[in-house]
Design a protein around this ligand. Structure first.
Ligand code: SF4
Length: 398
């Protein structure tokens, strides 16, 4: 059958689509496929060597593959790296099929093993996680279809560590036909969703990766640039210039809860008896890290000179009328960005957003004093810039 009349779905497509449907669209509809990384190529080589042991009787050369052989019953009648196809359904005369390759399949007892290379065995899935794994359960569907009289199938990951010590382990779990069929129904639902998604503009799809963590997974999503290419009305813009313009219009708002936040910070960082606070004893305050400048003069003198004092995880115990909460300074900037980019974009959780916030803060006129909740997500994003820009840093000691 011509591929014009056939659409193929696979376990890896389903995995990607569940992590972010946009990423799936970029890869499978847009054709933006990344070349294999060095670690992926190494994983393929380990797979090949373990396959050759069974199919050709060739001893592996890689020490990690050699060590991993001890996890497997290599004398059992395994079907290795076999490809399977399963018809799904047709829409407008175009057939849909599921295609997949199973690393190791044994029909009696019904067993499926998938090799996984990982930088650290701590990432190996647990039995519970394996029992939910969409890829393994779709393989289980294939296996159970081959043995209609059987109700149970053992599925597992053979995980091989690729860095540091030579280590590997096999973890398996038994699942029954009802579990497998229930999961397969969900897979069909996802394939139908993909049928719809492939017909729309990728930029109209939700950025699910922001919720699932796929934007930042591994080395970060390779589609970030194209995913956010339509920011600011679809025009290509100089983001730094755009943010500088937004920053120029920033007014520091007075929020209703500002006083209570200040009180909270004061309470959290107030010195205990016989324990002089940071203002009374700057010499005993912990040293700021990174680009932090050492205090050269008492905080009061710097405030009076108009230079910015950074209260990091603390608040002024006396005075501090000019002190502004970091989130108040950045609120209009965040609001402006989110208005431009659509609701739900958590700026401080996304690498590009992080860059925009930092750019904005570099260009802002700072008040005489800034109060930062050192535990906050914003603090992590802009801490380095604040330390570099503020003349005096006073750290809380909680
Ligand atoms: S950058 Fe994030 S939202 Fe965009 S395609 Fe990648 S994972 Fe999805």
């Amino acid at each position: 059958m011509s591929r014009d009349h056939l659409i193929v779905y696979s376990p890896s497509q389903e995995t990607t689509a569940r992590a972010c449907i946009r990423a799936w669209h970029f890869e499978r509809v847009g054709g933006f496929r990344e070349p294999k990384s060095a670690s992926q190529l190494y994983g393929t080589e380990i797979h090949k060597q373990l396959e050759d042991v069974i199919t050709k009787g060739l001893a592996p050369k890689d020490p990690r593959a050699i060590a991993a052989m001890s996890n497997l019953d290599l004398h059992a009648p395994w079907r290795v790296e076999s490809e399977y196809k399963l018809p799904l359904y047709s829409i407008d005369g175009v057939r849909r099929e599921w295609w997949g390759a199973i690393d190791m399949l044994r029909l009696d007892p019904l067993t499926i093993i998938d090799h996984k290379t990982t930088s650290d065995l701590k990432y190996a899935k647990t039995e519970y996680e394996l029992a939910q794994d969409g890829q393994l359960l779709s393989y289980a569907k294939i296996a159970l279809d081959m043995r209609p009289e059987v109700d149970l199938v053992r599925i597992g990951h053979h995980s091989i560590q690729t860095k540091g010590a030579v280590k590997s382990k096999l973890i398996t779990v038994e699942v029954d036909r009802a579990q497998v069929e229930a999961r397969w129904e969900k897979s069909i639902g996802m394939f139908l969703t993909l049928d719809v998604a492939r017909g729309v503009d990728v930029h109209s799809l939700p950025r699910e990766g922001e919720k699932t963590g796929h934007c930042e997974a591994y080395r970060g999503c390779p589609h970030r640039e194209r995913c956010y290419a339509k920011l600011f009305g679809g025009k290509k813009v100089n983001l730094k210039e755009k943010m500088a313009a937004l920053a120029a219009s920033v007014k520091v708002p007075e929020k209703e809860d500002r006083a209570s936040k200040l009180e909270k910070l004061r309470a959290a960082t107030a010195p205990k008896a016989k324990d002089p606070g940071p203002e009374e004893s700057e010499a005993e305050a912990p040293k700021p890290r990174g680009k932090t400048r050492k205090p050269k003069a008492p905080a009061k003198a710097k405030e009076a000179s108009g230079e910015c004092v950074l209260y990091w995880g603390c608040a002024p115990l006396k005075g501090g009328d000019g002190a502004v909460l970091l989130e108040d300074i950045l609120a209009p900037v965040l609001s402006a960005i989110q208005t431009e980019t659509g609701k739900g974009w958590q700026m401080h959780e996304y690498r590009k957003g992080t860059g925009l916030i930092v750019d904005a803060l570099e260009d802002l006129d700072l008040p005489s004093a800034i109060i930062v909740d050192a535990e906050s997500a914003l603090a992590r994003v802009v801490g380095e810039v604040l330390f570099a820009r503020c003349a005096v840093v006073i750290r809380g000691t909680r």
